[in-house]
Design a protein. Structure first.
Length: 427
């Protein structure tokens, strides 16, 4: 038998982690508390309990480590001797953990469900002289090869209401929660603000890294603060909005502080009466069948979901990482010259005086939309998205990205920049 084995007593919230033939941990809720025990079972009847628990016909069901830890973390279980041991796996395939689905292996791999678990992983990496690499929702990265590091999958969960005055809510969320599930939860509670950001793939912890945005809203519009653990020493620090230096798909965590922090919790300001944002053309169009006064946050969310589903490939079906490129910003003079020859070119003048262009339009005009290289290509409904049908390497996808960038540069004189993080890119 492979230990640990995680179990739940059917019909109860009692969970167990069998550590070996003569040791198990037990977590049992008692009123508002959860009690955790480390039970040495070298003698009868405790030894028999273990045999009963792992037998196939008992009332115990197998659960996964995350389900056990969720219960364990509720309890008062911080005794050093019973800290959840770090389960470091070797040579783990990462395709299933990234939305691009490119095959690449992690030399070492661990899942962490708490700040303490994360610190244990950082200690492990230091004592083994191995770097850590954080995999959030894996929705914004292209792996160029195997990752010679301890790859951490952050599974810190939980949604906590920090304050609620009847209208405004401050809510703190574990970095490992799935972003879209969290957005759906906020709408179930009647909290407005994040509806335009529905269906963005990835985890809550990844959302501030690149200040995710869609349909006229960015995370920074509702951001309260975040907690992050410093990789070098395991210390926990709170970052307020001004500390994060948010920009268009940018934050301090992609720039000055890159690779130094692991985000563990993100808090948002939400508002039951926040105004609906329908300025983005397609949303208004989608909502035309509902009289303006009757529209809800949920309606906007549903409109966004319909628009995204009609244009963007579902990573569960076709590997992709959303927009592969950023929309470029160019000097006004250059935009004027381009508009003289391409009067239909979408262009968005910026407060800075510069002009933002639609990379998807440029790529489509350069003839790449729907371009297919058998294992990968350019999405046929949104040229900004590179897609992986299966069997491509990160390098092959990157070669395509470079061909696209060169061709847009040659045709329009505009340099595109990838929005997706390139992991292990050899220069
Ligand atoms: N366009 C084309 N051809 C294409 C794609 C777009 O001509 O193949 C044109 C559209 O017709 C439109 C303009 O380009 O006039 C802008 O396109 P769209 O409204 O689809 O938005 P986008 O600028 O391409 C950005 C974000 C998306 C986000 C949408 C909606 C970036 C890099 N991308 O795309 O974000 O969902 O706006 O707000 O800023 C992501 O980051 O992964 C992502 C999908």
């Amino acid at each position: 038998m492979q230990y640990p084995v995680y179990l739940q007593l059917s019909g109860t919230e009692n969970v167990y982690a069998i550590q070996g033939p003569d040791r198990f941990w037990e977590c049992t809720p008692l009123g508002a508390q959860t009690l955790c025990h480390d039970v040495l079972a070298t003698t009868w009847p405790e030894r028999q309990r273990i045999l009963d628990m792992v037998a196939d016909d008992g009332p115990w069901e197998r659960i996964d480590r995350a389900a056990f830890e969720a219960q364990w973390n509720k309890g008062n279980c911080n005794m050093e001797s019973t800290a959840i041991p770090l389960d470091v796996l070797e040579h783990v395939e990462l395709a299933q953990y990234t939305t691009f689905g490119i095959e690449a292996k992690a030399r070492w791999f661990a899942e962490v469900t708490s700040v303490d678990g994360l610190r244990a992983a950082l200690d492990w990496s230091r004592s083994h002289g191995v770097e850590v690499f954080v995999l959030g929702g894996g929705s914004n990265m292209l792996l160029h090869g195997d990752v010679e590091a301890l790859v951490l999958r952050i599974q810190i969960r939980g949604v906590e209401v920090r304050s609620d005055d009847g209208r405004h809510v401050e809510v703190a969320v574990g970095a490992g929660e799935v972003w879209h599930d969290f957005v759906m939860h906020t709408l179930d509670q009647g909290w407005g603000g994040l509806e335009n950001l529905s269906l963005i793939p990835g985890s809550v912890g990844a959302s501030p890294m690149q200040n995710i945005g869609a349909y006229g809203v960015e995370i920074r519009d509702h951001f309260a603060w975040l907690d992050a653990v410093r990789i070098s020493d395991g210390s926990l620090q709170r970052f307020m909005a001004e500390d994060c230096a948010f920009g268009y798909r940018e934050s301090v965590f992609k720039r000055e502080e890159k690779g130094k922090w692991i985000l563990v919790r993100v808090a948002f300001h939400l508002d039951r009466e926040s105004p609906l944002r329908m300025g983005y053309g397609a949303i208004e169009q989608e909502l035309q069948h509902i009289p303006e006064a009757e529209r809800t946050h949920r309606d906007v969310s549903e409109a966004v979901i319909r628009i995204r589903q009609s244009k963007l490939p579902d990573p569960a079906q076709i590997g992709n990482a959303g927009s592969f490129f950023k929309n470029p910003t160019i000097p006004a003079k250059q935009a004027e010259a381009l508009l003289a020859t391409h009067p239909n070119m979408p262009n968005y003048p910026q407060p800075s005086g510069e002009v933002k262009l639609a990379a998807g339009w440029l790529i489509e005009q350069a003839g790449w939309k729907g371009h297919n290289r058998a294992t990968h290509g350019v999405h046929d409904r949104q040229a900004l998205v590179l897609v992986h049908f299966g069997g491509a390497t990160g390098k092959e996808v990157w070669d395509l990205a470079q061909d696209v960038m060169k061709s847009v540069k040659a045709q329009f004189g505009v340099s595109l920049e990838p929005e997706v993080n390139q992991v292990g890119l050899q220069d």
